[in-house]
Design a protein around this ligand. Sequence first.
Ligand SMILES: *Cc1c(COP(=O)(O)O)cnc(C)c1O
Length: 426
Amino acid sequence: MNDTHDPDWLHQGLDHIWLPYAQMKTAGLPLPVVETRGARLILADGRELIDGCASWWTACHGYNHPHIIDAIQRQAARMPHVMSGGLANEPAYTLAHRLAALLPGDLNRVFFAESGSVSVEIAMKMALQYWINKGEQGRSKFASFQHGYHGDTLGAMSVCDPEEGMHHMFKGALQEQHILEIPGDEESRKNLDDFLAHHKNQLAAVMVEPLVQAAGGFKFHDEDTLRFIREATQRHDVLLIFDEIMTGFGRTGTLFACQAADVVPDIITLSKALAGGVLPLSATIPSDRVTDAFLSDSDEAAFMHGPTFMGNPLACAAAHASLDLFETEPRLEQVAAIESHLNKTLSKVRDINSVVDVRVRGAIGVIQLSEIDDLDWLKTQFVDRGVFIRPLGDVIYLTPAFTIGEDELSQLTDAVIDVTREWSRR
Ligand SMILES: *Cc1c(COP(=O)(O)O)cnc(C)c1O
């Protein structure tokens, strides 16, 4: 890439900013973005890249959707923020009401925070206290699944895949949880059932990303598997948490992934696309069964938790605008169209020998390679083709904005196919 076009702030800041998931000593320069437009990133030197990952799966309506920008501007002029202790703000209260109506079953009471990891921490703490409030001792452990990812804070890390979450490095500091195989076949189903029967008295909850386990390798499971997990946790009376931080808001084809399987968890977590991809916001939403255990005449049963920016009115206004767009624009139809485009195009690389698997679900397209040993080569190849795609683990994936144009989507899939072919020829 051409250094001479890099802006001064990039080099000045690089010595002072901590980069995500990177060995900073050797990491390549990040691409300086100065503007966004629809599904495009505009770089400092004027180049435009079509964004294949919608900024970590947040920008479901593309960037800069005027309806969202307008809502934020109006809210900012009126009231950017007030605390939630003792004060109520309309965007947060109406958003809680609106989310409860959209969510299936009796997921009715919304706890707002500002990031996905924090919403997972809150879900875990809620599950722990649920059993304490119920008078059941010793329900202090969680079970989750291989290839799962639930965030980077300590509690969330403890339920991530042990490899991805680097459990070995933090041994002793992390709570040891039970990480199980996804019950996709008869044998693993029996194992899960036996495990729950055996350990239920120590378990607060089981946690899973429904249908698509994203950051831990983009593994898919089907509706039957999800239904089995729901039935097994019910049978053994263990709470079930769905982490829909990635899958929520249309990504897998239905507004929430759990709706495809027609199951309702005891607690759901949402974030990423919740505020249309423009502001940080998350929500932890328990069912009435869980909430009821916190309602009591004694203060002791109360949930002692309240993030500083809880229910931030700006973020909630953005979330309202995002939900408006799901109502007024054909988002789920767009997801279906992306799904069929991805199915048609990505299958072309299925027979290449370095390709292990090609899978598509909703607006998620995945090419799994036998291994990715030269990430920088891949990234450069993509940028050279005018697209921003960030491989992860052993997969190249596409999770574009739902509003992406047909031509832009073709440019993304053409690039992926082309680069995958080049990769196996290297
Ligand atoms: C991204 C993600 C998280 C963590 O969210 P942050 O906002 O990055 O803390 C948790 N769970 C899932 C499924 C995610 O995709």
